[in-house]
Design a protein. Structure first.
Length: 609
């Protein structure tokens, strides 16, 4: 933000130019941070635009030098305000050829020209024996690595070349020209001081620019943005594969779910495709390394054979452990998902990526400290998976008896089918708990999906009342956990929530958080427990289950994000919904009922026409 002028306007003064002309020690108090930021930009190849792949082109044959000539978008204000026009670009290209007689000249178009949105000044140049045209998107630093010299008019790529240690010739007057590090073909008399590349970097990127912290949505630093950009690249690379072109093909996803999961599958939307069946997916001609994506533990019919036949990988997808404000069955978009190539976390019959991670990962001290902060934030703000129930203190008439919370589950839930043996129903769980603790005050809390009417599994109140002392349908699971002395569960995520809050947990199935020495497991000889050979601390469990395993998405910034950012966003959404009365509509399945009404109206209209 500049109240004097625009930094690219060389015709008049601006605050950036004033900084560079001043006697200010631009490196004072920032020296180490400047070196660190510059090193991160170069190491991770972070540029102004960060969507382009690395250059896969061949370097010049033999010992021929390589010279980069940078084109810009036609009509760009930085060209006109930088004292240049179309003739300047022609002169630049001619000079690059004349001054480097034995070199190969690479002409690079602007990213917006490459995408077809705009034209450039050098788009009519033709390739010849010593001229190579680079019209497709390329990561600038991967290109600069191969270049011996760079020619620009006023492009930011010229400054990035300076950061990369390349000689730069400027035919215009960009903000970084006239201070000494560049070969300038147009003087700018106002720029009287000599400045180093580090001082230019400090002035522009530290003193002049402002940054948004994508986690807190408040003013941040360059490092907040660097971390976010690194995260985008790291997560996206998991899906794009080693060559950057491997596809994620979702099979059997309804259209509404396709829209909800597509952004998670990579930053290049062309690499995420969907097919209604395995037969339809075969028409997409999956190749070795492509991923065939299915929801849950059981692939659609024919998918395993298709994967085997084309050497593709099957990946199982499910909601993350901290998902949203509201139910997925009410079509609420997820903030986190998990993608698992070995199995899926709730399928105890076989290993999963999460189980492998928890069995083998070495967590750093910083990562465990981060996990501890995440756990503290979750407890402090009462966060769970769905975050839609009232958070009020429980006032149960226990009469001093120990209070045991028994969370109900959707009885056709895959975690029960793949993780339970003897105890497989809510009524069976209540009976087992009552037999084990005849003197306890048992609180039964039905699952939110069942209460809303979206899923099957409603346990008759009379049956529940014969075994439980209280049936809780109003309070949040957090309020229930805080008021109880222990939690007894089959495989419910409530057990994980209880561990986070320091409550004893007894399991009757094989949930992902059991078998690591943190729970009392009644099914101690289950197949999952025989595989789980390691004892974990609570923060190691949190680091694996919440920091490493899920993928988090920011629907407003349209990018990958962190667990911490999602937790903050959930608190913001939940608190706003609570103030406006929206949580009650979510809890009672209001939106699902409206959708059903709409479907009925559409069917009636279609019959009448």
């Amino acid at each position: 933000m500049d109240d004097q002028g625009a930094y690219y306007d060389s015709a008049c003064a601006n605050r950036l130019e004033g900084l560079l002309n001043s006697d200010k020690n631009l490196l004072h108090d920032h020296g180490e941070a400047i070196l660190r930021a510059k090193a991160l930009l170069l190491s991770f190849r972070l540029s102004k635009y960060n969507h382009a792949p690395d250059w896969a082109g061949d370097p010049p044959a033999g010992n021929q030098p390589a010279v980069l000539v940078v084109d810009q978008t036609f009509g760009d204000l930085s060209v006109m305000r930088g004292g240049a026009d179309r003739h300047t670009f022609a002169a630049m290209l001619a000079a690059a050829r004349a001054e480097n007689p034995g070199a190969v000249i690479y002409v690079k178009t602007h990213p917006e020209v490459s995408s077809g949105h705009k034209g450039g000044y050098l788009t009519q140049v033709r390739a010849d024996a010593r001229t190579v045209l680079l019209r497709h998107p390329i990561n600038p630093y991967s290109l600069l690595d191969r270049m011996d010299r760079v020619y620009v008019v006023s492009s930011t790529l010229g400054f990035e070349a300076l950061l990369a240690g390349k000689p730069v010739t400027c035919f215009g007057r960009p903000w970084y020209a006239g201070w000494g590090p560049t070969d300038d073909r147009q003087p700018c008399a106002r720029r009287a001081r000599r400045r180093s590349v580090d001082e230019l970097f400090a002035a522009a990127y530290f003193h002049y620019a402002r940054y948004l912290d994508p986690i807190t949505r408040t003013c941040g630093t360059i490092f907040d943005v660097i971390d976010w950009l690194i995260l985008q690249r790291q997560v996206a690379s998991q899906f794009a594969g080693t060559n950057g072109r491997q596809r994620m093909i979702g099979v059997g996803f309804p259209r509404w779910k396709q829209a909800n999961v597509r952004p998670f599958l990579g930053l290049d939307p062309k690499l995420a495709q969907f097919a209604p069946s395995a037969a339809a997916a075969q028409c997409l001609e999956p190749k070795p390394g492509d991923r065939l994506l299915c929801w849950g533990a059981t692939p659609p019919a024919g998918l395993m054979a298709l994967a085997k036949g084309c050497w593709a990988h099957i990946v199982h997808m499910e909601d993350g452990f901290v998902r949203s404000v509201g139910l997925g069955s009410d079509l609420i978009r997820p903030l986190s998902l998990v993608l698992d190539e070995r199995g899926i976390y709730f399928d105890a019959t076989r290993p999963s990526d999460l189980e492998h991670l928890l069995n083998t990962a070495c967590f750093s001290r910083d990562e465990l400290a981060r996990a501890g902060r995440v756990r503290q934030f979750i407890v402090e703000h009462g966060i769970t998976k769905y975050n839609m129930e009232p958070r009020k203190p429980a006032a149960w008439p226990s009469g001093g008896r120990p209070i045991v919370l028994v969370p109900g589950q959707v009885e056709d839930d895959a975690s029960i089918r793949y993780g339970c043996t003897h105890v497989r129903t809510n009524l069976g769980l209540l009976r087992a708990v009552r037999n084990a603790l005849p003197g306890a005050f048992i609180v039964y809390k039905p699952h939110p999906d069942v209460v809303s009417g979206n899923r099957a599994g409603r346990l008759g109140l009379a049956d529940a009342a014969s075994l439980a002392d209280h049936i809780e349908t109003e309070l949040s699971v957090v309020s229930c956990i805080e008021a109880c002395d222990a939690v007894h569960t089959m495989t419910s995520l409530t057990g994980f929530d209880a561990l986070l809050r320091g409550k004893p947990v007894v399991t009757y199935g094989q949930p992902f958080y059991a078998g690591w020495g943190l729970t009392q497991d009644r099914l101690g000889n289950g197949p999952a427990f025989r595989r789980r050979t390691r004892k974990l601390t609570l923060d190691e469990l949190v680091a694996g289950a919440l920091l490493r395993y899920p993928v988090y998405w920011d629907w407003e910034l349209n990018g990958y994000t962190t667990c911490e950012a999602v937790l903050r966003r959930i608190v913001e959404i939940r608190d706003a919904q609570e103030r406006e009365g929206g949580l009650e509509r979510l809890r009672t399945g209001y939106w699902r009922r409206q959708l059903r009404k709409l479907r009925i109206l559409i069917r009636a209209w279609s019959r009448s026409t």
